[in-house]
Design a protein around this ligand. Structure first.
Ligand SMILES: [Zn+2]
Length: 297
């Protein structure tokens, strides 16, 4: 068994919130050790939010068991959110012999901004770690996608989701508010008090997006890496405060002439070097400091 074979042996944890929202946590493992996980959420009318990392395709489909999927909604293009879109589309709405799709009412929802990433590939180099942890993602065809715009409601048999444009983590990132239920499906905009960022995130856009979300009413925060089924707004406010303080501290030391690694020390923080190494320098605390001192409010 090769290294990829070892990683491919991930696992899935299942949980149900409020007796309704099913949470599939897709875990990538190395030698049985949990390395990384992402959550997909399934609702009783056959709605699935995000499709997980590609190398867990078979396990995910097995775990979905007899559930039917009628609509898939994507929060953003990242490889741990769109990896099984093609496979799920093929399984739950297969091609007919004439080249159409079996079910007309099946919908694959993605924002206009997400479309190029999932139909043509990401348009930026995929790092070794992304291939290892997530697999190379098969693209889907544009004709199979239903696009939505900011605040243009998506109606499913049981629910109404309002897409809210929330850039910063990714340029195509959307959250989805189900206001009757008090749910927010928040993709990767929350995650928690992160200690690292990708090289291409925008910390001030993230803060701004979080502030926009605070204007809405909801209680459950269905975050793709750190679900908070209750008191979601409290956690969002904590995240805003954390990032604002982080930026203020970083700029305070920057104005005194310190460089990025000195700022990290002055802030009493530590780089997580194995993450930098594993991600081929795609993710790190240094990027978070750099964003704080170079990007604009
Ligand atoms: Zn992401």
């Amino acid at each position: 068994m090769g290294v990829r074979g070892l990683i491919k042996m991930g696992r899935i944890y299942k949980k149900t919130y409020k007796n309704v929202v099913e949470d599939f946590e897709l875990v990538s493992t190395i030698l049985g050790k949990n390395m990384f996980s992402v959550h997909s959420f399934y609702l009783p009318d056959g709605t699935l939010f995000d499709t997980g990392q590609h190398h867990l395709e078979k396990l995910f489909i097995k775990n979905l068991d007899k559930r039917n999927i009628n609509q898939i909604i994507l929060t953003h293009h990242h490889e741990d959110h769109t990896g099984n879109t093609k496979a799920l589309l093929e399984k739950y709405n297969p091609l007919t012999p004439k080249g159409g799709r079996e079910k007309e009412n099946f919908k694959l929802y993605a924002s206009q901004k997400t479309v190029p990433f999932i139909t043509q590939g990401f348009g930026y180099p995929i790092n070794f770690y992304q291939k290892m942890l997530f697999g190379v993602i098969p693209t889907v065809e544009e004709k199979d996608i239903t696009t939505f715009e900011h605040l243009e409601d998506i109606h499913t048999p049981l629910y109404t989701f309002t897409p809210i444009y929330t850039p910063g983590h990714a340029t195509d990132h959307y959250c989805f508010l189900e206001k009757n239920q008090g749910w927010l499906f928040s993709g990767d905009i929350y995650v928690g008090n992160v200690k690292i960022m990708r090289h291409n995130e925008n910390i001030y856009e993230i803060i701004n997006s979080l502030k926009i979300l605070m204007q809405y009413d909801f209680d459950a925060l269905f975050c793709a890496h750190n679900p908070r089924p209750e008191n979601g707004k409290k956690y969002l406010q904590e995240k805003i405060d954390y990032l604002v303080n982080f930026c203020e501290d970083a700029n305070f030391f920057h104005q005194q002439g310190y460089n990025i690694s000195q700022i990290i020390k002055k802030m009493g923080k530590k780089e997580i070097y194995w993450v930098k190494f594993l991600t081929g320098n795609d993710v790190g605390l240094d990027f978070m400091v750099k964003h704080a001192i170079t990007q604009k409010v």
